[in-house]
Design a protein around this ligand. Sequence first.
Ligand code: SF4
Length: 206
Amino acid sequence: MNKISALVNMVLIRYYKHMKKKQIYDYLERLSNLLRNEVRRAGAEYGLQPVQVEALHYLSICNRYSDTPMAVTEYLGQTKGTVSQSLKVLEKKGFLSKRADKNDKRMIHLKLTGAAKKLLKKTIPTPLFSHACEHLDEQSQIRITNGLTDILQVIQRSNGMRSFGVCHTCRYNKKNKDGSNLCNLTQESLSQTELQLICREHESVA
Ligand code: SF4
């Protein structure tokens, strides 16, 4: 291959890579907008903003170390003021209750009420999204999940953000001989249900 063909090849490879990146970005942006509009519509039925539905959703998938106002703020990437206002609205509407921590009374845990659980069951994942996923076979779903996880992790690491992962990918997760799990950070046992929940203290296995 002469120098000119090698150069043309290099430019084409770069162009192809750039187009792929742009295509992924465009799809994700379009999907985010569509999903957000669906959540907006669903939340409006209950007089809620999308950020308030997202706060409820976060609290339905996080563990007991992560159900604090600070963790909601970090996860949603919103200002403290916005999240604090949203939490007040959710509490007033009967979707949230506050509970003081057993050991540290200054720490507040946010608990979903039955009404919030019902709302989430109806809205998340949105019906349109669920329907679209039914068209994907299991292998495709796994591939998409893995690809999106990789993108998310790189962005989170580059921005110094918390990973909010689950126990089985966390360096503090310890499997005991009897099959039970222990969090080496808090020295507390983890139930099977808790292993599936996302955690503010999660640190990826190196
Ligand atoms: S093992 Fe990691 S992810 Fe699980 S509770 Fe402990 S710190 Fe959180």
